[in-house]
Design a protein around this ligand. Structure first.
Ligand code: SAM
Length: 199
């Protein structure tokens, strides 16, 4: 199955994943400290939410259309954050910079994760928190959203072997109802991870 053309998807007036934040992030955003790096931010629903919580956010995504929409969503909420159009396969955040890193449904191939994930650990300051939610490999058995490629889907074992250097605060695979825009709707199999960089 072909992968989404993100600029085309985000060119519609509707927000593909809605304008409300991801619920796992919203429940745990109190753990984050400023500034926060959000990878694969898309149309800005999560960055806007974090900014309204008083967090300084840097939002990175490969889609200029998505981030343009994110900036307009921010303006309509009276908040701001910085944006950067970048392909995550080449993205190199500075070490020891962020109090939080957020990755919500940023489904990347293993070759990209293999380079990026150690840099995400490195870019956290001591005590910093990484929050991730992703569809799990079991999601291939469902038709409620997410990529159709096993390589882009996660398991708890993949998190443990690929995000090395963080203490696990929470790591679980669960089935839950995801209702976040028309592309993510229904019972889903997800991986949820919260990791803390040791002090
Ligand atoms: C399923 S959407 C999720 C968007 C957002 N995190 C949310 O939950 O609303 C996946 C996002 O990852 C971005 N993305 C996918 N692969 C990427 C890559 N290699 N580099 C940069 N962004 C990428 C897409 O542009 C898209 O915005």
């Amino acid at each position: 199955m072909s992968r989404p053309d993100w600029n085309a998807r985000f060119s519609e007036s509707e927000f593909a994943y809605g304008t409300e934040p991801n619920s796992f992030l919203a429940e745990n955003a109190n753990l984050l400290t400023t500034p926060v790096l959000s990878i694969g931010e898309g149309e800005g629903r999560n960055a806007v939410f974090m900014a309204t919580q008083g967090l300084k956010v840097h939002a990175v995504d490969g889609s200029s259309v998505g981030l343009g929409k994110a900036e307009r969503l921010a303006a309509s909420h009276g908040v701001t954050f910085s944006t950067e159009v970048a392909d995550l396969k080449d993205f190199e955040p500075q070490p020891t910079t962020y109090g939080g890193v957020v990755s919500i449904y940023a489904h990347l191939p293993s070759v990209v994760r293999g380079k990026l994930y150690p840099l995400l650990v490195q870019t956290l300051k001591p005590g910093g928190i990484l929050i991730l939610e992703s569809y799990s490999e079991d999601q291939l058995n469902r038709s409620t959203g997410g990529p159709r490629e096993l390589d882009r889907l996660l398991t708890c074992d993949k998190i443990e072997s690929e995000l090395v250097g963080l203490e696990t605060v929470l790591l679980q695979e669960i089935d839950r109802e995801v209702v976040e825009g028309k592309f993510h709707t229904g019972m889903a199999s997800v991986i949820q991870f919260i990791g803390r960089k040791p002090v």
